[in-house]
Write a protein that binds this ligand. Structure first.
Ligand code: NAD
Length: 473
């Protein structure tokens, strides 16, 4: 293997490639297959004009398709001023590995538009999003069968609803039009549990970690999540849900939250509900009464904690600050928050890293459920009648035992299974099963070592099988 351990590249795609190369070097792949797996199949770049406040503005965007060994290709669309083709290609590649790892039958794709959404009104953003959608659809980069976007940085349910509606007007004869995008509002073809799915998946990933005592021991931690000190970078979709679940449901202490405008610190734990209310009424975290504010967010990444969760941007921990990271475990809720060099150094320092390809797979998992729901044209659970059967079981139990079931037990047995119950149990199962697959690779593949390398090995083996089964032509 080439000696790359001390390299630190700034390019996101190069970082992902180096991490993947490390896994590929440990696999005996047929010559050429590795190259085929790594190559990004297509990248569409668009430039389109939109009239904003009487002036013509030209916007630039991309949609990269990394792999189509499974269709549709799947991946979010981000709206960010710093978006670039390099970043979009890296994110598309990550989607390929992530889907393969979690047995989600999709290829990998990603899109981005260079824009600072905060500079535009809602009406203007709608106009720009609809115009971008036209470009993607007309050029074959949007369809329920081949390419299905989802939310990412700077986009959410609202933008997904605009995309679905624009596609419907373009292709009204496509009976599955609503499946052209996921992450839609529930009343617009979305699925219960999608908006919080990535954060929920991060919570389940950490819970799985604590169910594996050998990994907990390796990290130097003990016990469970209760009382653990957690620092989270990012308080958008992923960061805010993760923070709320871990503090309200697992009893963890969120000791710092880092945003682009600074950070909040409270060693006794920040009240996440209070912070969310505060942010609906105030534009900045500055002034939040339940914590101390500091301007330099990057410094707070180095604060001593049990678990550090980067949930904002890529390349936040590099060789510049990796030496100073003071956490036992890093959970990559964001895509690519560690550079390749930082990843190697942190591993050498014994910090346990739960990689992005696994940690944030909850989003695409529930997107998969939404896509299936859209193709079936029916919400999950609608045709499942468990109540009658479970009433029979409860009655039978009482007759056999000669005793009345406790009221709470009968109630739980007779409770109707909601779509949210089904989504959560499907997500939990996916996170559990995927963790065990990675752990199996760590145990059986000599030199796999860390969880990221094992995750990539697990994913690449499956993609390679798929190439071998269908052949390359
Ligand atoms: P978002 O736009 O909702 O939130 C981004 C957050 O990052 C905001 O709180 C913002 O203040 C913060 N931020 C931006 N620049 C920062 C900086 N320099 N320092 C500190 N904080 C900064 O985005 P999101 O959807 O929560 O996505 C966050 C990450 O999770 C991204 O890497 C994304 O690719 C990844 N991800 C998102 C999903 C999803 O379903 N939304 C799924 C998988 C992965």
């Amino acid at each position: 293997m080439p000696h790359t351990e001390n390299r630190d590249t700034t390019g996101f795609r190069e970082n992902v490639d180096l991490m993947v190369d490390r896994a590929i070097a440990l696999l005996a792949l047929e010559p050429g297959i590795a190259h085929a797996i790594k190559a990004c199949n297509e990248v569409l770049q668009v430039r389109f004009p939109v009239k904003i406040r009487g002036q013509i503005e030209v916007f630039t965007g991309w949609r990269a398709v990394h792999s189509t060994h499974r269709l549709p290709a799947k991946g979010g669309i981000r709206f960010a001023p710093y978006a670039s083709q390099n970043e979009v290609e890296a994110l598309a590649a990550l989607m390929t590995y992530k889907c393969a790892l979690a047995d989600i039958p999709f290829g990998g794709s990603k899109g981005a538009l260079i824009i600072n959404p905060s500079l535009y009104t809602t009406d203007e953003l709608e106009k720009i999003t609809r115009r971008f959608t036209l470009e993607l659809a007309r050029k074959g980069f949007l369809s329920p069968a081949t390419n299905v976007p989802a939310p990412d940085i700077g986009t959410g349910e609202r933008e997904m609803a605009w995309i679905a509606d624009t596609y419907k007007h373009l292709y009204p004869e496509d009976i599955n039009y609503i499946a052209c995008v996921t992450g839609k509002p529930v009343y617009q073809g979305g699925i219960n549990g999608r908006s919080e799915a990535t954060g929920r998946g991060v919570q389940y990933a950490i819970e799985e970690f604590f169910l594996n005592p050998d990994h907990v021991k390796q990290s130097g931690l003990e016990g469970n999540l209760e009382g653990k000190r957690i620092v989270i970078q990012g308080f958008g979709n992923v960061g805010s849900h993760t923070a709320r679940f871990l503090s309200c449901e697992n009893g963890a202490l969120i000791t710092a939250i880092i945003k682009s405008d600074g950070a909040l610190i409270n060693d006794h734990g920040i009240n996440i509900d209070d912070l969310q209310v505060y942010l609906t009424e105030n534009p900045s975290i500055k002034g939040f009464p339940g914590a101390t504010y500091t301007e330099n967010g990057l410094d707070v990444l180095e604060k001593e904690c049990d678990i550090l969760i980067p949930a904002a941007l890529e390349n936040q921990i590099t060789l510049k600050n990796a030496h100073n990271i003071n956490a036992h475990v890093i959970v990559e809720a964001a895509n690519g928050p560690l550079s390749y060099g930082a990843d190697r150094l942190l591993n050498e320092r014994g910090i346990f890293i739960i990689p992005d390809a696994y940690a944030n797979v909850g989003g695409v998992t529930v997107s998969y459920f939404e896509w299936i729901r859209n193709l079936s044209h029916m919400r999950f659970g609608r045709m499942q009648e468990n109540r009658v059967k479970n009433t029979l079981i409860a009655d039978l139990l009482e007759r056999v035992s000669g005793e009345k079931l406790p009221a709470t037990m009968r109630e739980a047995l007779l409770k109707e299974t909601t779509e949210l119950d089904i989504v959560r149990s499907g997500l939990r199962e996916t996170m559990r099963d995927t963790y065990q697959q990675i752990k199996h690779t760590m145990a059986t593949c000599e030199d796999a070592g860390d969880m990221r390398t094992a995750a990539y090995i697990t994913a690449i083996r499956k993609i390679a099988h798929s190439y071998q089964d269908i052949g390359v032509y």
